[in-house]
Design a protein around this ligand. Structure first.
Ligand code: HEC
Length: 417
C-alpha cells in the first residue's frame, strides 16, 4: 500500500522527460515520412483524393491518417512484405507507423518550419525504374474516344486497337496512359494474333457476344496490367516481349461509376528494345484450369478455397513478377514454389485481398525456379450475403468468367528463361 504512490511518482519522473523528448513534430518527423511514402500520390493532381504536402493538409486529417497507416491500408500495398520482398514495394516501417501514432496523440505539434516550400518528391512508379524511363515511345496506340455514360453504373469495356505491324517488334517497356484519370479504374492489355477480334471494340462485359470472343486463344493474355500507381513496366536489360506482325491490341478497361457523362481516350506506349534481345519475356498465366479441386464454382453462401498446382517445370525459369487476380469475392491468396529438393520459394501472400489494388509485384531480382519445381497456390473466397463486397444480392452460385459478377483465380507471371 505504501509503495504504490512512490512507484507511480517514480514512473512519472522517469517517463515524463522521455515522453516529452519523444513527442514527434510535423516538421522534424512526420513531413519526411509523408513526403517519401504518401506525396507521390497525394499531391495536387495526383492519384490520391487529396494532397498531403502541408501541415494543414495533414493535421486536418491527422486521426484518419493515423488509422489508415496503422491498419496498413495506406500506402496501398496488399502483399505481405515479410513473405517476399519486391522491387516496387511500398510500406511504412513499424517505427514510422508508431511515430505517426505518437504525433497524433501528442497533439499534432507542427515544430519549427525549416523547409523550403518545395517539398515535393518525384513520383515513385510501380515498376522497375531506370534512366531508360526518359526516352520517347516508339509506338503510340490510341483507342477510339469512348463516351462514358453518366448513369452511375460501373462500366467494363473492351476495346480493339489495330497495331498495323508489318513485322515483329520487341518491346522492352510498356506504358498505359489513362485518358480519363478520374474514372478509369484499371486496365488490362492483351494481344490477339488471330485477326478475329475487331468486333469486340467498344462492347461491354454485359454483351452476350463477349462469351464468343472469350473462346479465342489470345497470343498474349497479359501484355500488361495497369492500376493507379503502376505507370510503366520496364523489363530487365536484354529482355523484351515479342509482338508478332499482324497483331492487334485488346484493352479491357474498368470505369468507375460517374454521375456525369465524360470521355476517355487512353493510350498505350511501347518502347522497343534497342540492344539485341537475349531473353524473351513471356507470360505464364495459371488459371481456373490449374485448380486441383474442380469445379471452380462458388456455391451461394459458402466460403470456398481453391488450390492450384502447376508443374513440375520442364525448364528452369526466372520469374520477374507475379500478379494475382481475383474479383470481388476474393479474400486471400498465397503462392509459393517447391523445388525438387523440397525447398520452398515464397512468391506472394495477400491476407486481405483488395480488388482495387491489383498490382504486379516485381521481385527484387529475377527469382530462379529450378527445373522440376512446382508452383502451388491457394485462394479463398467469401460468397456469402454477409460479404459487403458481394456484387450479387442475394448471393448466387458463381463460376468462372470475365464479368465482375463472376469470379476468377489467376496468377500471372512475367518470366524469362
Ligand atoms: C499509390 C498511390 C498512393 C499512395 C502511395 C498513398 N495513397 Fe492514400 N490514397 C490513394 C488513393 C487512390 C486513395 C483513394 C482510394 C482509396 O481510399 O483506396 C487514397 C486514400 C487515402 C485516404 C482516405 C482513405 C479513405 O478510406 O477514404 C487517406 C487518409 C490516405 N490515402 C492517406 C495516405 C497516407 C497517409 C499515405 C502515406 C503513408 C498514402 N495515403 C499513400 C493513393 C495513395
Amino acid at each position: 500500500m505504501k509503495k504504490e504512490p512512490i512507484g507511480i511518482l517514480l514512473l512519472l519522473l522517469l517517463a515524463t522527460p522521455v515522453l516529452l523528448a519523444q513527442t514527434p513534430t510535423y516538421t522534424a518527423d512526420i513531413q519526411p515520412i509523408l513526403a517519401h511514402h504518401c506525396a507521390p500520390c497525394h499531391h495536387p493532381g495526383g492519384l490520391g483524393p487529396f494532397s498531403l504536402l502541408t501541415y494543414e493538409d495533414v493535421a486536418k486529417r491527422g486521426k484518419f491518417i493515423a488509422k489508415v497507416t496503422q491498419i496498413r491500408y495506406m500506402p496501398p500495398f496488399p502483399a505481405d512484405r515479410q513473405f517476399q520482398h519486391y522491387a516496387n514495394e511500398r510500406g511504412l516501417s513499424e517505427a514510422e507507423i508508431n511515430t505517426i501514432q505518437a504525433w497524433v496523440q501528442g497533439g499534432m505539434v507542427q515544430g519549427k518550419e525549416v523547409r523550403g516550400k518545395d517539398n515535393r518528391v518525384g513520383a515513385k512508379g510501380g515498376a522497375i525504374q531506370s534512366e531508360r524511363n526518359a526516352r520517347t515511345p516508339d509506338l503510340v496506340l490510341r483507342m477510339k474516344p469512348y463516351n462514358i455514360k453518366g448513369d452511375v453504373q460501373e462500366d467494363f469495356r473492351y476495346f480493339h486497337v489495330p497495331m498495323g505491324l508489318t513485322q515483329d517488334i520487341w518491346v522492352e517497356a510498356v506504358e498505359f496512359v489513362p485518358g480519363n484519370r478520374k474514372l478509369l479504374h484499371h486496365s488490362r492489355l492483351m494481344i490477339d494474333s488471330t485477326g478475329t477480334m475487331a468486333g469486340i471494340d467498344g462492347i461491354s462485359e454485359e454483351d452476350p457476344r463477349l462469351r464468343e470472343f472469350q473462346k479465342t486463344p489470345l497470343a498474349d493474355e497479359f501484355l500488361y496490367g495497369w492500376v493507379p500507381g503502376n505507370d510503366r513496366v520496364t523489363f530487365p536489360e536484354g529482355a523484351a516481349k515479342r509482338i508478332r506482325a499482324g497483331s492487334d491490341l485488346i484493352l479491357n478497361i474498368h470505369y468507375a461509376p460517374s454521375a456525369k457523362a465524360d470521355q476517355d481516350q487512353s493510350e498505350v506506349r511501347l518502347y522497343f528494345a534497342r540492344k539485341p534481345v537475349e531473353r524473351v519475356v513471356k507470360t505464364l498465366t495459371l488459371t481456373e484450369n490449374n485448380v486441383t479441386n474442380q469445379p471452380f464454382q462458388l456455391p451461394a453462401n459458402t466460403k470456398p478455397t481453391f488450390f492450384m498446382n502447376y508443374g513440375p517445370l520442364r525448364d528452369t525459369v526466372r520469374l520477374l513478377s507475379v500478379l494475382p487476380h481475383m474479383h470481388r469475392l476474393g479474400k486471400s491468396v498465397r503462392a509459393f514454389a517447391i523445388t525438387p529438393d523440397g525447398d520452398v520459394i515464397n512468391l506472394i501472400k495477400i491476407d486481405a485481398w483488395d480488388y482495387n489494388w491489383q498490382l504486379s509485384y516485381f521481385f527484387q531480382t529475377p527469382l530462379v525456379l529450378p527445373k522440376g519445381a512446382t508452383i502451388i497456390a491457394e485462394a479463398s473466397y467469401d460468397n456469402t450475403d454477409q460479404n459487403p463486397l458481394n456484387p450479387n444480392r442475394p448471393a448466387r452460385t458463381v463460376g468462372y468468367g470475365w464479368n465482375s459478377t463472376d469470379e476468377m483465380m489467376n496468377l500471372v507471371f512475367y518470366y524469362i528463361k
